[in-house]
Design a protein around this ligand. Structure first.
Ligand SMILES: Nc1nc2c(ncn2[C@@H]2O[C@H](COP(=O)(O)OP(=O)(O)OP(=O)(O)O)[C@@H](O)[C@H]2O)c(=O)[nH]1
Ligand SMILES: [Mg+2]
Ligand SMILES: [Zn+2]
Length: 297
């Protein structure tokens, strides 16, 4: 290498890393050398997410500046009319965690599914707290609809045994998502004991007005499998998904899209709508079409 080249490379010396936690405008980055640096983003830009691959420039010991995002294959986020809330980047699988107690919202599951489908993220449904035998049976019945749609559904107890989960994690960056109190952090601790994530009863969490988990954090399971614990969500806004794309968020609707009489069919009450017809013929779930209608606009 010539002297000139050496000088140039020294001047622009950056290292690559992965965002393992995002706290407002501060980020924990794990560098390619395995160090953890506390970083901010260059300039006033924000929008870096847990899971992003980034290029950073070290500043003082233990600290650095994020120069740019180098890889973002997927972005899981929610949005309302005013703002966007990023859940995680680069995830290839979303693990939607539900439990019979406290009760779960099927609409929230639906919204998670739509967000996942729109980003091409694989879905795994987990019914946790299976040790609570009786309510779990009812919850399983309720969730069987999603299994018939092709989403794998696992029943487990994060407190007792999560071995059924292991084969589903290999090679993925997974994110645990769902309502507060479903046991996401308990599951994470079972997978990565050294994580020691705080967990709490839902009542305590709600009394204090905050969810137990307040920020997303990425952990390594093995050399090619990572998992992100994320804060509980009560609302999953999908403002960023346009009405005309919404039907693609419903996996079983795909064969019908583009087959209706009208090109711009919204599948609400139009004549010649193949989705409405399929529901009438019992080929599609009326409940799913009703959720679709609820999510329109
Ligand atoms: N019986 C039973 N309780 C569980 C199980 N998993 C978690 N819990 C309990 O459920 C409560 C909530 O667990 P967390 O892991 O904090 O829930 P979370 O989904 O991370 O909640 P947020 O961080 O607020 O989103 C805690 O009291 C756990 O001990 C389980 O498999 N069985
Ligand atoms: Mg938690
Ligand atoms: Zn239609």
């Amino acid at each position: 290498m010539s002297t000139i080249q050496q000088n140039t490379s020294k001047k622009t010396e950056t290292i690559s890393g992965q965002v393992i936690a995002a706290f407002g405008r501060h980020y924990s980055i794990e560098t390619e050398h395995g160090e953890i640096l506390s970083c901010v983003r260059r300039g006033k830009k924000s929008g870096v997410a847990c899971g992003d691959q980034v290029e950073i420039k070290p500043t003082t010991p233990g600290q650095g500046v994020i120069e740019r995002i180098t890889l973002r294959t997927t972005l899981l986020y929610r949005s309302d009319a005013f703002k966007e809330k990023i859940i995680a980047a680069n995830v290839s699988q979303i693990i939607i965690v539900v439990a019979a107690v406290p009760s779960f919202s099927e609409e929230l599951i639906t919204r998670c599914l739509v967000a996942a489908e729109s980003e091409g993220i694989q879905v795994l449904l987990v019914l946790n707290k299976a040790d609570l035998a009786v309510p779990t049976r009812a919850a399983l019945d309720q969730l069987s609809l999603y299994k018939t749609l092709g989403y794998p559904l696992l029943k487990m107890s994060a407190q007792k045994d999560i071995s059924v989960l292991h084969p589903y994690l290999k090679g993925h960056i997974s994110v645990l998502a769902g309502q507060s109190g479903m046991g996401k952090s308990t599951l994470l601790n079972a997978l990565v004991p050294e994580a020691k994530r705080a967990t709490a009863e839902i009542s305590e969490a709600l009394d204090s007005g905050v969810h137990t988990t307040t920020h997303s954090r990425l952990y390594h399971i093995d050399s090619d499998s990572d998992i992100i614990d994320s804060p509980g969500i009560q609302e999953f806004g999908l403002n960023h998904i346009k009405d005309e794309n919404l039907a693609w968020g419903f996996i079983e609707f795909h064969p019908y899209i583009g087959q209706c009489k009208f090109n711009n069919c919204r599948h609400v009450s139009e004549p010649g709508c193949t989705l409405i017809q399929a529901v009438q013929e019992g080929k599609l779930s009326a409940k799913r079409l009703a959720f679709y209608h609820k999510l329109l606009n």
